[in-house]
Design a protein around this ligand. Structure first.
Ligand code: CTP
Length: 398
């Protein structure tokens, strides 16, 4: 969740600043890019060298570093950040955030930033309980900032009570939870099918197709990125998922159908991207078919159309998305599939378009919605195409 996120960690004057070192380590371990801003008081409690070494970045303490002559641009820093965490935040900095006082680099960056801000207060129990502090907490919450509540226990003063900064591990799990909840598809269950299916002829041969599975895997990854809980049903493919999801491997259209039917009732969003075989051998030979005559005739029977089957049982809340891979009269066939299979969206690939279709790393799509409105996209990498498809899903998300 924190991977590749740009995080500014603000550290204020409090004994809890020693915990900031551990927090930086945990953020770096989680894959974040971390820049630390120390307030002048914060620098009395922990050295820039410690935090610079752990964050692998220079530590900012003021607008202008006299020794180096470097000017720290607060606007640039504020816009760089995907997330600001101020841990510990003192009663003093809390009051500055509440009133807009901007007399150091951290408060200036806070005012310049557009990203979510989390603060983890640390102070003595009476300071924490004070009406002014509590009013400031409410005020900064009303601005959209998130408070990571302090815990209770022995404080630096020797008194017991609330005011201890949350432990670094607690802050990390708070961030994980909070980021997850803010994702657009949080709480949604998604099902994606990908790859080809193989229909057995005998124990060593099958009928298959050239689908690589790349588009389906890119879609499954993107849905996870948007916060959905994803089940990926994949036919035989060399692809690997990059996100944490539930993967079910299948071989034949029948196996894919069985898995889809059992999962579909629980899903909110289903994307059928698999290139399912339309026909399979009517009889699968028990033994390898030996070479005999000059010609061999195989009798094929239709497989069940999985997408159409799901379309029949779909309820009003569920979103069902299908693909249409066409070579001619593309738009009419795609619109026909949308209506016949009771879909919310159909994604058209035309094999006539350069950079579209099987095996390629790129795709060129056109999306039709239920009202048969058409959106045409440029040729893009499949990860980008997955984003476009998910944006179209978010637009109709129920
Ligand atoms: N599909 C499916 N089950 C099948 C065949 C197709 O679920 N047995 C799904 C595919 O995953 C895709 C959509 O139906 O989302 C359209 O697949 P496509 O092969 O383009 O079309 P078909 O409906 O099979 O029709 P045709 O082959 O005649 O174009």
């Amino acid at each position: 969740m924190l991977k590749n996120k740009n995080i500014i960690l603000g550290v204020c004057g409090s004994i809890a600043a020693y915990k900031s070192a551990i927090l930086v380590r945990l953020l770096i371990k989680a894959g974040a890019n971390v820049k630390v801003i120390l307030t002048p008081d914060g620098a009395n409690f922990i050295t820039p060298l410690t935090l610079a070494t752990l964050s692998k970045n220079p530590v900012y303490t003021q607008y202008f570093e006299e020794e180096t002559g470097v000017w720290s641009n607060h606007v640039e820093l504020g816009l760089w950040a995907d997330l600001i965490i101020i841990a510990p935040i003192s009663a003093n900095t809390l009051a500055k955030l509440a009133t807009g006082i901007c007399d150091n680099l951290l408060t200036a960056v806070y005012l310049s930033a557009k990203c979510p801000v989390y603060v983890a207060p640390a102070m003595d129990l009476d300071m924490w309980k004070h009406e002014t502090t509590q009013a400031n907490i409410k005020k900064i919450e009303s601005f959209g900032n998130t408070i990571i509540e302090p815990g209770s226990g022995e404080l630096a003063s020797g008194l017991y009570g609330a005011g201890r900064m949350a432990e670094p591990e607690e802050i990390i799990s708070f961030l994980h939870h909070s980021i997850k909840q803010s994702m657009p598809l949080f709480g949604k269950k998604a099902l994606v099918t990908a790859g080809p299916t193989y229909e057995a002829i005998d124990p060593v041969r099958f009928i298959g197709n050239h689908s690589s599975g790349k588009m389906g895997f890119a879609l499954a990854d993107e849905l996870v990125t948007l916060g959905a809980e994803v089940t990926l049903i994949s036919g035989p493919t060399a692809q690997k998922e990059h996100q944490t999801l539930k993967r079910i491997n299948v071989i034949s259209a029948q196996e894919m159908l069985d898995e889809c039917i059992s999962i579909f009732p629980e899903t909110d969003i289903t994307i059928m991207c698999a290139a399912v075989a339309d026909y399979r051998p009517k009889v699968i030979a028990d033994q390898k078919i030996k070479k005999q005559e000059d010609n061999l005739v195989l009798e094929l029977e239709k497989t069940v159309d999985i997408l159409a089957t799901l379309g029949k049982t779909k309820n009003e809340q569920q979103i069902l998305v299908g693909f249409a891979l066409e070579t001619n009269d593309e738009e009419n066939y795609a619109k026909g599939k949308l209506q016949k299979k009771n879909l919310d969206l159909v994604v058209l690939n035309s094999l006539n378009d350069k950079g579209a279709g099987f095996k390629s790393d790129t795709n060129k799509i056109t999306i039709f919605n239920k009202a048969l409105e058409r959106t045409v996209f440029e040729t893009k990498r499949k990860a980008e195409v997955a984003k476009d498809i998910c944006i179209a899903i978010l637009k109709i998300s129920k």
